[in-house]
Design a binder for this molecule. Structure first.
Ligand code: 6PG
Length: 253
């Protein structure tokens, strides 16, 4: 029987999930800034984190005033190959819910330039920005203080989809990834970058995630069948934050 790496945290509902994720975000931001002067976070796209971003920016909640936004650096774990104004853009969603509502300096927002005609060029430019910001050598991987992720219905995470070439990459930080089921390119961080993270926080909400989360935690199932299972911080924290609806099929602890 296998153990699933990391720790599962189950909360009542989507609202509780956003609050717990916001507390993690605030705590890790303060710790990183106290230790090093800045906090680097890789944000996830999709619908689940939208509520977290809105809560972080909400003046009626405690987080906006508590987080040292001038020391927070926003990156993305992945991006669709679309311009920033496109409704599918992960950057656009974060700009609407968070960036436009908190006092974060423009220079602290490190978006993927997914408007470029070639996804490979967008990946190369984002990689250069990672190398500059983290002062990386060619074979070094960025170490984010926190990386947010979701899980798709077939177990993808970031833009690491089952059967796609990005899953095999171990010598690059960022790649373009052709996703046949979407008939589209994505730009995504690679597994070695997630492995270097100080913390990876999965945000999993809703009954439509119950089956895939069961597969992740099935003690008799394969340990590496799904892309989300390949996210393994070498020394960092791995937290599966789920609401009750998503955790409904988990085996009893
Ligand atoms: C994206 C995300 C993707 C997302 C999952 C879950 O660009 O869409 O990177 O990996 O996290 O598809 O999305 P939901 O949170 O909407 O279920």
């Amino acid at each position: 029987m296998r153990e699933t790496p990391g720790r599962a945290v189950v909360v009542a509902d989507a609202g509780a999930l956003a609050r717990e994720a916001a507390r993690e975000f605030e705590r890790r931001a303060k710790e990183a800034v106290a230790a090093r002067g800045w906090f680097a976070v890789a944000l996830s796209g999709g619908s689940t984190p939208r509520r977290l971003y809105a809560l972080l920016a909400d003046p009626a909640a405690p987080f906006r005033a508590a987080i040292p936004w001038d020391r927070v650096h926003l990156f993305w774990g992945d991006e669709r190959h679309v311009p920033p104004e496109d409704p599918r853009s992960n950057y656009r969603m974060v700009r609407e819910e968070l960036i436009s509502r908190v006092p974060i300096p423009a220079g602290n927002v490190h978006r993927i330039e997914a408007e470029l005609p070639e996804a490979s060029e967008a990946a190369a430019r984002y990689d250069a920005e990672l190398a500059r910001f983290f002062a990386l050598g060619s074979a070094e991987f960025a170490r984010f203080d926190l990386m947010l992720l979701g899980i798709g219905p077939e177990g993808h995470t970031a833009s690491l989809f089952p059967g796609t070439t990005a899953l095999q990459v171990r010598d690059k930080r960022v790649v373009e990834n052709w996703v046949p089921k979407l008939n589209a390119f994505r730009i995504t961080l690679t597994l070695p970058v997630f492995a270097r993270a100080a913390a990876v926080l999965f945000l999993i909400s809703g009954e439509d995630k119950a089956a895939i989360l069961r597969m992740v935690f099935d003690p008799n199932g394969p340990a590496d069948a799904l892309p989300c299972q390949l996210i393994r911080p070498e020394s960092g924290d791995l937290i599966w934050l789920a609401d009750r609806a998503a955790a409904a099929s988990l085996p009893p602890y």
